[in-house]
Design a protein around this ligand. Structure first.
Ligand SMILES: NC(=O)c1ccc[n+]([C@@H]2O[C@H](COP(=O)([O-])OP(=O)(O)OC[C@H]3O[C@@H](n4cnc5c(N)ncnc54)[C@H](O)[C@@H]3O)[C@@H](O)[C@H]2O)c1
Length: 417
């Protein structure tokens, strides 16, 4: 029998992978997926007249709950003072961890994991693309602190580890103010490396596959130097990350800072900003709203997509392992954009059918001009991650897309999209 409700669909997906993380290098990062899911599929209700319908997850244990009143077009939030249970760590194992950009898509999932593992987490964010709501379920927790701060300004804190993520990551956001993006990459990284030097904290930067530009080698290994247009519209991000890596290794060689460099490839998952123009969110939202999906170019360009929990596993392994060279963290499974559009369409229909829509409308696919400098092929060579971290992606793209469909569907039902 096929699952009927969002919770049942989520539970069916949960049967595939019910735990993420590893117990390695003296750092146990294992957490069950059910707990993680309860943090992004929060309870939500819609009130229409006398009737109130639950459109979110059934769990009301912690986090926030919202009631949207259709008649008055008002929304009421309730924040629960009860927090998800976190691991109790002895003082010697509990780390003070700074996550810059911790209110963004990747950062919020990393924060969830580190909090559940029992560490003390400080989020530093200027909320340019991130939002307080992504981590609001931790506000008030004794192990958690959120600071509104721009990383281009110095910041003082005592910490053991720094995950430096702060930087807009999607083309519309990083091109919105190209000069600010370069400043964030350069000055933000300089400030955080200075902090790492002073506190002797271990420093991990989230670099990107964009440092390879439009690659002439395929797949991309870490020793490939890249093919980047230094004056194109994407240069503020690509060159910003390249110089951030240069700075990172400068501090390592000159000042002995203990550094880690993750080169992240396309990642997707719940909490991705629905309007940031990235292909996965675009396709899912268009299909959920019954609109045609837009493919740029002929759809034969390829991408490899990794699910957020795999990325967080990789980041934590890298931070706590011994590899100091750059490490690609991404999926090596290549899809054409066209294949991906078709897969998204199928999954959206599957979810809609499971939720009782008898014949969901089959959306079409339309074609638009390809943006300047859009890479044709992109696939991670993850040999180094396998050899040095013993890491490889475990999530099937389909399972991840299903989670994201449920998440966006919930946002649509709540009137947020
Ligand atoms: N998501 C991906 O597929 C992907 C791929 C490659 C690399 N990355 C890298 O991972 C990191 C996180 O990406 P994401 O997808 O979560 O992006 P995101 O835009 O969702 O998150 C970035 C966060 O940084 C914050 N921020 C931006 N500028 C800041 C500043 N000057 N000071 C303080 N905070 C600032 C934003 O408000 C946001 O919360 C970025 O460094 C990005 O380059 C992501």
């Amino acid at each position: 029998m096929s699952p009927k409700t969002a919770d049942e669909i989520a539970a069916a997906a949960d049967a595939t992978i019910h735990e993420v993380g590893y117990d390695r290098n003296g750092f146990d990062s294992r957490i069950d997926t059910k707990t993680l899911r309860s943090l992004y599929l929060a309870p939500a209700f819609i009130k229409a007249g006398a009737e109130t319908t639950n459109v979110g997850s059934a769990s009301k244990d912690y986090g926030t709950e919202s009631v949207y009143d259709k008649d008055s077009n008002k929304i009421q939030y309730t924040t629960f003072a009860k927090f998800p249970p976190v691991r109790l760590l002895p003082d010697a194992q509990r780390k003070r961890i700074l996550v810059t950009g911790g209110a963004g898509f990747v950062g919020s999932h990393l924060v969830d994991r580190l909090m559940l593992l029992g560490h003390e987490v400080t989020v530093l964010d200027n909320f340019f693309t991130g939002s307080r709501t992504t981590v609001s379920h931790w506000v008030g927790h004794p192990n958690f602190e959120m600071v509104r701060h721009d990383v281009v300004e110095p910041f003082m804190i005592e910490v053991d580890q720094i995950y430096h993520l702060a930087c807009p990551a999607s083309p519309p956001h990083y091109q919105y103010n190209a000069v600010k993006t370069i400043k964030t990459s350069f000055m933000g990284t300089l400030n955080m490396l200075g902090l790492a030097k002073r506190t002797k904290a271990r420093f991990l930067i989230t670099s990107t596959s964009e440092v390879y530009g439009d690659p002439e080698e395929h797949p991309q290994r870490e020793d490939y130097w890249g093919h980047v247009n230094c004056i194109g519209p994407r240069a503020c991000y690509d060159e910003g990350k390249r110089v951030a890596e240069t700075l990172t290794y400068g501090y390592m060689r000159q000042d002995g800072v203990d550094v880690r460099v993750a080169r992240i490839f396309n990642t997707f998952g719940p909490r991705m900003n629905p309007y940031d123009g990235r292909v996965v969110s675009n396709f899912i939202i268009q299909a959920l709203k019954g609109e045609d999906m837009t493919v740029y170019g002929d759809g034969q360009q390829t991408r490899s997509f990794q699910y957020i929990h795999d990325l967080v596993d990789g980041l934590i392994l890298l931070m706590n392992g011994e590899e100091t060279r750059p490490v690609n963290i991404g999926s090596s499974h290549e899809f054409t954009i066209m294949e991906f559009a078709e897969a998204v369409r199928d999954i959206v229909e599957e979810v809609q059918k499971a939720e009782g829509v008898p014949n969901p409308k089959r959306v079409g696919i339309i074609y638009n001009d390809i943006p300047t400098d859009d890479p044709q092929r992109r696939r991670a060579d993850t040999t180094r991650a396998k050899e040095t971290l013993d890491w490889q992606p475990r999530w099937m793209v389909r399972d991840g897309v299903r989670e994201m469909v449920l998440y966006y569907k919930q946002m649509i039902d709540q009137g947020k999209l």
